[in-house]
Design a protein around this ligand. Structure first.
Ligand SMILES: Cc1cc2nc3c(=O)[nH]c(=O)nc-3n(C[C@H](O)[C@H](O)[C@H](O)COP(=O)(O)OP(=O)(O)OC[C@H]3O[C@@H](n4cnc5c(N)ncnc54)[C@H](O)[C@@H]3O)c2cc1C
Length: 595
């Protein structure tokens, strides 16, 4: 097909969809989808994230009555304009898996009537049995509220006709935020920082409190040999790509320093060495929180309208076994791994076989431990970084295209559909890592693509969305050490108890150890929330933070949590980079009293 053909197919379909939308004709709108078609809507048709599949679900959603009108009419999406000249101009697409999932894809912009907003969409069209082009997926994404677009207009560099300096300007702004923050962000890791940067651009006063003494400390405090497992461009921070001098896999110290300067560059108002002191109280009549913050040695009360929990993953999960008190060596959770050098010449056992375990085993080998054994109770989903790059991190765009385009394209696919696609692409992933997998199996390492035994194979993303990455190893070197026997594998046995000099397994076998590291994962995020918010508020929330809801959207992340004025901002780089905008828009809409 020529590019004119692709544009004509896209333009015809889009024109017809626009007529259906602007006339509020639900049946006609739905007829633009395949019978297995999907819509993913982020804030355009409702103030939430929705993914719906098939004509009945889509019809039901768009015909719900909002303020006396069917939703489709109330939202009033119109002014559809095909993007026919950028990197998103209509093009063929082909999804991995069974033959035949291919067609034409493209992007468009549109306006929303209620609320007055601008949106951007993405479609994937395929031909139905009669040869008519219909949507396999349609993505509708709010970009900006009209009149409240992102802006740094105050950043022209000349303050009050040069009557005050930049420092004084920043200082005055920080004092205004501190006196009356609209949003309190708890946690200044990557998610908290990106959310704060986003809110600043939307003109919302946001104060971040971070328990550590320096921005980036949550990374500095992680184990010494840590580098990101995801490539730098994929792991960039909102609005701030890394300098070209940065390596592909960024070491944690370098990242930590970058985060420090990110906070300065984006002029984020952050209180360091600060934490919430007692359970925050929400007053529904004023729609404000009262939060007692311990800031260094000062006690401060603040009353934000919104509180964003950006406190990261849960606290360390520490199993209990008999004999833990008797063990005479060093015993600690992987979150506290710091210095492998002090255990040079020692026998090390790392319990668990995921990412943290792999990094820590590698660290012990590099620092001359006498023996390193990884205890793998069940099975792990292993993907090499090179396979991951080929299959998932490779941008479809020319070099230099902003990461925002990649984020838009990636998120244009409903997650539940993406999981199906990845599942069908499983054979391809296996083929990419065939040698690695065969060699690992040969030395007794147990591999899986199942979330639970017998549950059926899934793609890598399902481990991320359903288990926060638990049970996976994105291999950047430990696989080779396992194959070479430098990291030994103890497979398939539960631990019975600890003795003074090692571990005894339920089959009676024993491993001597001077050091035992528990790479056993983290408690659910909800438990961190409970510790911070108390039982009364936590029990008003759905039971899970993270994991997928019945439509395949992430539970409570960057969307309504179930409690007014309470939000969760948690996730890896890509999720926080993309969804911090949506959180900003939802908070802005509440401030404007339109949501
Ligand atoms: C070892 C390791 C390697 C990883 N590698 C990658 C990778 O390569 N790519 C990727 O995309 N993701 C990776 N991740 C996932 C990673 O957790 C996230 O990318 C990122 O750290 C999540 O950011 P966050 O801001 O949500 O949480 P965190 O980075 O954990 O930040 C939370 C912040 O909140 C602060 N805080 C917590 N509680 C309070 C409180 N009560 N009061 C005040 N402050 C508080 C903490 O001090 C911390 O600074 C990795 C995770 C780990 C543990």
């Amino acid at each position: 097909m020529t590019s004119d053909d692709l544009c004509a197919i896209s333009a015809d379909w889009l024109k017809s969809l626009e007529v259906a939308s602007s006339t509020g004709d639900v049946a006609s709108f739905v007829s633009h989808f395949l019978s297995n078609g999907w819509i993913r809507d982020l804030l355009c048709f409702s103030w939430n994230f929705r993914s719906l599949s098939g004509p009945n679900e889509i019809h039901g959603f768009l015909s719900e009555v909002v303020d006396g009108k069917p939703r489709i009419e109330h939202s009033g999406l119109r002014d559809f304009k095909l993007d026919d000249h950028t990197v998103n101009a209509p093009a063929p697409f082909k999804l991995p898996g069974p033959q035949g999932i291919e067609g034409v894809q493209g992007a468009f912009t549109f306006s929303i009537t209620q609320p007055a907003a601008l949106g951007r969409g993405f479609f994937r069209l395929m031909q139905d049995v009669d040869g008519r082009w219909k949507a396999l997926t349609l993505f509708t994404n709010m970009q900006d509220l009209v009149g409240h677009e992102e802006s740094l207009a105050d950043q022209h560099g000349l303050y009050e006709d040069r009557g005050i300096t930049w420092e004084e300007d920043v200082d005055a702004r920080f004092r205004a935020i501190e006196a009356d923050p609209t949003v309190l962000i708890i946690g200044g890791g990557i998610s908290g920082l990106m959310t704060a940067a986003q809110l600043r651009r939307l003109g919302i006063r946001a104060l971040v409190i971070e328990k550590n003494a320096r921005v980036g400390d949550s990374w500095r405090q992680r184990y010494p040999n840590l580098t990101l497992h995801t490539p730098a461009d994929y792991s960039s921070m909102l609005y701030s790509p890394y300098p070209s001098t940065f390596p592909k896999y960024i070491p944690k110290g370098k990242l930590a320093n970058f985060l420090d300067s990110y906070a300065v560059d984006h002029e984020l108002c952050i209180w360091l060495s600060s934490r919430v002191q007692s359970t925050p109280v929400y007053d529904s009549s004023s729609a404000r929180w009262t939060v007692e913050v311990q800031r260094g040695d000062q006690k401060v009360f603040i009353s934000p309208k919104h509180m964003v929990l950006a406190t990261g993953s849960g606290s360390p999960r520490i199993p209990t076994w008999n004999g833990m008190d008797e063990f005479q060596g060093a015993l600690y959770h992987s979150d506290f791994h710091k210095d492998a050098e002090q255990f040079r010449g020692k026998h090390v056992v790392v319990v668990g076989a995921g990412n943290a375990s792999a990094d820590i085993c590698q660290d012990f080998v590099a620092h001359g431990a006498a023996e390193v054994t990884m205890v793998q109770r069940s099975a792990t989903c292993v993907v090499s970084s090179s396979a991951m790059e080929q299959a998932h991190f490779k941008s479809p765009f020319p070099d230099g295209t902003p990461i925002e385009e990649y984020d838009f394209r990636t998120n244009s696919m409903p997650l539940a559909f993406l999981l199906q696609v990845q599942k069908s692409g499983g054979e391809h992933m296996k083929m990419l890592d065939k040698e690695l997998h065969e060699a690992l199996s040969k030395v007794g390492f147990n591999l899986t693509w199942e979330l639970s035994p017998g549950g059926g194979e899934v793609g890598f993303a399902e481990f991320l969305f359903k288990r926060l990455g638990g049970g996976t190893m994105l291999d950047i070197g430990c696989g080779k050490l396992i194959i070479q026997g430098k990291v030994k594998i103890k497979q398939g046995q539960d631990i019975s108890h600890l003795d003074k000099d090692g571990i005894t397994f339920k089959d009676g076998s024993k491993l001597s150890a001077d050091v035992i590291v528990l790479a056993t994962g983290n408690e659910p995020i909800m438990e961190t929330a409970r510790a911070l918010l108390g039982n009364e508020i936590t029990e008003q929330l759905p039971p899970e933070v993270w994991g997928l809801d019945s439509e395949g959207e992430l539970n409570q992340i960057y969307r309504p949590s179930g409690h007014p004025g309470l939000w969760f901002a948690i996730g890896g780089f890509a999720i926080s980079r993309f969804f911090s905008k949506h959180l900003g828009l939802q908070i802005l809409a509440r401030e404007l009293d339109i949501a």
